[in-house]
Design a protein around this ligand. Structure first.
Ligand code: 13P
Length: 249
């Protein structure tokens, strides 16, 4: 049985003091033994949110990291730095980073391997554009993204990886994928992992759905057999995120 995971992706929201306040207000509400709840926050708020969540089951995550441990990479943060702070999760390859910050399948793979090396759980994002879906290329796009992202990852490591299926057309649009679309894509991702890494890897990896998840649609989405929770943007910076997390049960 895979434990559900619901991660909030705050994106570029909340100053560090506001982040601390929100985390303090939410920490007991998000605590449920049935669901792993994670807050993926801006780098500058990692420490204040970790302090606020101390002693709680709710965990913190970063939204990106570099694949080198150190070097002349102005403005970047390494996995080694995150690991030394005790950050347990990191989002890798979000479509906003792929589209606007030059993230490629190759950097996604390097970051995934580096996160695993530092014992940080990567939440690896994949997803097709509106056009790719219209042209019926969704399956091919997802297979390619997954194949690249997981290159040189060992099947035994799949229990420590989270995949987030985030169709680009559903992100921030208020138009979530239908239950059928979300389940079909997550099932396809699991089958692809089974074909390439075996049954055990496919059954242990957690696959999330992301894209306009709300307290209204979360419960039905998270109940689908191949959807192990959600990666939630807009709805994660509101107090009603509590309901979204609890629907993971
Ligand atoms: P929304 O939930 O705001 O659509 O964002 C989804 C997302 O990008 C999570 O990473």
């Amino acid at each position: 049985m895979r434990k559900k995971l619901v991660a909030g992706n705050w994106k570029m929201h909340f100053t560090p003091p506001a982040a601390r306040k929100f985390a303090e207000e939410m920490k007991t509400k998000l605590c449920t033994p049935d669901v792993d709840a994670v807050l993926c926050v801006p780098y500058v708020s990692l420490q204040s949110v970790m302090d606020a969540l101390a002693g709680s089951l709710v965990k913190v995550g970063a939204q990106n990291m570099h694949y080198m441990d150190e070097g002349a990479y102005t403005g970047e943060i390494s996995g080694e730095m995150l690991a030394s702070m005790g950050v347990p999760y990191v989002i890798i390859g979000h479509s906003e980073r792929r589209e606007r910050f030059g993230e490629t399948d190759t950097t996604v793979n390097l970051k995934t391997l580096k996160a695993l090396q530092h014992k940080i759980t990567p939440i690896v994002c994949v997803g097709e554009s509106q056009r790719q879906r219209r042209e019926k290329r969704t399956a091919a796009v997802l297979r390619k993204q997954i194949t690249f992202a997981l290159d040189e990852v060992r099947p035994s490591e799949m229990a420590k990886i989270v995949i987030a299926y985030e169709p680009i057309w559903a992100i921030g649009t208020g138009e979530a994928a239908t239950l059928e679309q979300a389940e079909e894509a997550c099932e396809m991702i699991r089958e692809h992992i089974m074909d390439n890494m075996g049954e055990k890897a496919a059954q242990t990896v957690r696959i999330l759905y992301g894209g306009s998840v709300t307290p209204e649609n979360a419960s039905a989405l998270f109940a689908m057999p191949n959807i192990d929770g959600g990666l939630v943007g807009g709805a994660s910076v509101k107090p009603s995120f509590e309901q979204v997390v609890r629907y993971g049960k």
